[in-house]
Ligand binder design. Sequence first.
Ligand code: FEO
Length: 404
Amino acid sequence: MKAVEIKPDIYWVGAIDWGVRDFHGYVTPSGTTYNNYLIMDEQITLIDTVKHDFSEVTIKNIRSIVDPAKIKNLVINHIEPDHVSSIDKVMDLIPDAMIYISDRGKKGLDRYFDTSKWKFTIVKTGDTLTTGKYTLLFLETPMLHWPDSMVTYVREAKLLISQDAFGQHLATTARFDDEFVKCASHSELEDAVVDYYANILMPFGKLIKNKIADIQKLGLEIDMIAPDHGVIWRSSPQKVMQDYLDMANGRAALRVAIIYDTMWHSTERMTIPLMQGIKDEGVDCKVIKLRATPMSGAIKEFWKSRGCLVGTPTLNNIMFPSVAEFLTHLRGLRPQNRITGAFGSYGWGGGAVKEAYEEFKRMGLEVFEPGVQVVYRPSSEDESQCYNFAREFAKKVKEYDGKF
Ligand code: FEO
């Protein structure tokens, strides 16, 4: 897709990746984009590059506006390879350009590339670069979500180039949020924001709150947020910031996600009375079978719901492998502000439900014990027990609202 002017003399020159479905393990059914931006000013400045497969695409987009050799500055906000792995191709065209990067960004870049011939200016929070009519202010955002991460604020354009933050994995010809909503829907866009936050930013809620507070303290006026993935927030930049704050504060729908796997359908059968008990308590419920759902989809459903019931058969006295994988993945994301419970079936020894609770406690999540276990096949009494457990769990989930 050709370059798009997003602000006077500031252009999106990125690439759309329609085909990516596995983004380092994160399943991306809607593909993604790698966004980078060209500022046409007295000192022409490029902000970020793109994934290496798309180096020719961004260079072509830049060329459609200016001879790349005229670029004076390259700002690198983040060194993860989806943004920096074409830097060598870009630097071949602009060997004398100055690279503006955080200290930790430079140290990381040295590990990926031979940087000895490139010129660098190390920047920290508060440093600026005047390109002519525009002033770029750099703000470090360490661990959001890599140590090197920073964002660039273009003062006169009221534009925050936010790197991964506020991104979405959406391949689309819409470059702006309002365009996307017109051709798709608000709910699709919101779902993409939650999916991205849950799978990438969930561990960093406290840092997100602090960084947004820093931006507010600095009194930066923002009327556009341009992330490095997905659409640019032109019509609702304040809303997406508020959504991030709400998620960082643990906001979730009054809903229970039942996330399970099954061997011979016994644990699966338990989900029916469980779901009904939750529903009869007036709480929405979504049932997710792990081997039928990408891991990142299950993580998103967990994050969207205030409560989660995990179902696991016992296999060789421990959890079913796909459930263990899910909980391991979840633990790495350091979830908070959710209430959890477990259920499952076993043949002779049992042990999986106990293990699931141990995992929840290890994560510091609130638990509703003791869960429900059935031998071999749920009887009608077992189904009643599931139903009653679910109703009590749903009551807890409703009470839990006060904790956010
Ligand atoms: Fe889109 Fe952290 O890279």
